[in-house]
Design a protein around this ligand. Structure first.
Ligand code: GLA
Length: 394
């Protein structure tokens, strides 16, 4: 295991084992104390099938949250947060090996780009020219391009370096998506920073610049299960969405272009609702999604950081707020997950709706939707968004 030299003298270079009492990889129930010494530790995670070395960073936050992140797709492999008694559990879905991600990845914990979510038919028109993208997904037998195409940003090994500032630790990821990558125009230079603060906030800062106009819609696809990975469904989690409106979809999960109020529907999460409470309602949108797999238009569209969602699980007390500068959020409750997907726990598998994702972003298919906020980045402009996942327990 390699010790990482951090730029700030405040953050000690320690190995995981040397972090007194903060972190021990004993799985669910291990105790986690507050007031940890923040650190970043790097070690090899494995190799891609084409032989690229994949590194794992362990970020230990001063507030006690610990995350294992790999430079392959910027994936969060494990995320340990305290419950209301201080016991920590890994609350995210992932795999223990690179091959797990390469063979059957539902985008677990991944950075998503160049365009998070769907583009209808894999086509869009920009400045009078039609662009064709790979159609790697076809809900309702209607093909679309999903999460950047056949090889999205989740399948790149990113350049990575540790970060520190005051008592926060992090990782800086950079990569260049070449002109024409997956059919998209322009060379796109992307930087994503993950920060873990003493207040147990995981902050993600996205930046990109291009040399030709191109759609950009970056997000993170972490799956949460506050009871723990492979500990049943998320139907009992209580969700709040700070969104009075959503974008209904076709059976291909492509927005119709309408933006409709959620009031009086199973999509109204403006006050906390158990996810399972209305999921079987007689509702065409729920049938199309096989459950919740929709995009909500956030009440905050100022571009300033504001609350987008809150999630609570009452047996553990785990609580999380999602804050973002983005105008929309995809809430996906793991409808495509099955018990064929292996867990990180030996001998165990996941289950249908065993995790949920809250993906901050612009709405799906925006390049084909004139009434949605634009996702087009032009040369000279800088794409900049911020999302925070704030962890706690109550
Ligand atoms: C997104 C989509 C879902 C599904 C998952 C990946 O969240 O909205 O429909 O494709 O990605 O499995």
């Amino acid at each position: 295991m390699k010790k990482v030299v951090l730029r700030s003298a405040v953050v000690a270079c320690v190995t995981v084992a040397a972090v007194t009492g903060c972190y021990s990889d004993k799985g669910a129930g291990a105790k986690m104390s507050n007031g940890c010494e923040p650190s970043v530790v790097v070690k090899p995670f494995g190799k891609t099938k084409d032989g690229q070395l994949v590194q794992q960073y362990t970020l230990t936050g001063a507030g006690g949250v610990v995350m294992d992140v790999i430079d392959y797709g910027g994936k969060v492999v494990r995320l340990y947060t305290p419950d209301r008694t201080g016991a920590k559990t890994d609350i995210t879905l992932g795999f223990n090996s690179v091959s797990g991600y390469e063979t059957q990845d539902p985008y677990f914990g991944s950075l998503i780009g160049r365009y998070g979510n769907r583009i209808a038919n894999g086509k869009f028109m920009l400045d009078g020219k039609t662009y064709t993208l790979p159609t790697n997904n076809s809900p309702g037998d209607l093909p679309c391009s999903l999460h950047g195409g056949n090889k999205g940003f989740d399948a790149y090994v990113w350049h990575s370096e540790p970060l520190s500032e005051g008592k926060s630790v992090g990782i800086k990821f950079t990569m260049t998506s070449p002109d024409g990558d997956q059919g998209y125009p322009g060379k796109l230079d992307v930087t994503v920073c993950y920060w873990l603060s003493p207040a147990n906030v995981w902050r993600i800062e996205y930046e990109a610049v291009t040399d030709k106009a191109t759609p950009v819609n970056l997000t993170q696809h972490l799956y949460f299960n506050f009871k723990g990975e492979a500990e049943g469904t998320i139907l009992d989690h209580e969700l709040t969405l700070f969104a009075d409106q959503m974008t209904p979809v076709t059976k291909g999960l492509i927005p119709t272009g309408k933006i409709v109020p959620v009031k009086g529907t199973p999509f109204d999460f403006t006050t906390p609702w158990q996810i399972g409470a209305r999921i079987n309602a007689d509702n065409e949108q729920l049938r199309f999604g096989g459950g919740y797999d929709h995009n909500w238009v956030l009440n905050n569209r100022s571009g300033k950081l504001a609350p987008a969602a809150a999630l609570y699980e009452k047996t553990t007390g785990r609580y999380m707020e999602v804050w973002t500068t983005e105008p929309a959020i995809q809430f996906y409750c793991g409808n495509f997950l099955t018990d064929k997907v292996p867990s990180k726990k030996p001998g165990r598998n996941l289950c249908h709706r065993g995790g949920l994702a809250l993906e901050t972003q612009h709405s799906p298919d925006s390049p084909n939707q004139p009434d949605f906020p634009s996702t087009i980045l032009r040369p000279g402009a800088v794409y900049k968004t911020v999302t925070e996942y704030r962890f706690g327990a109550k």
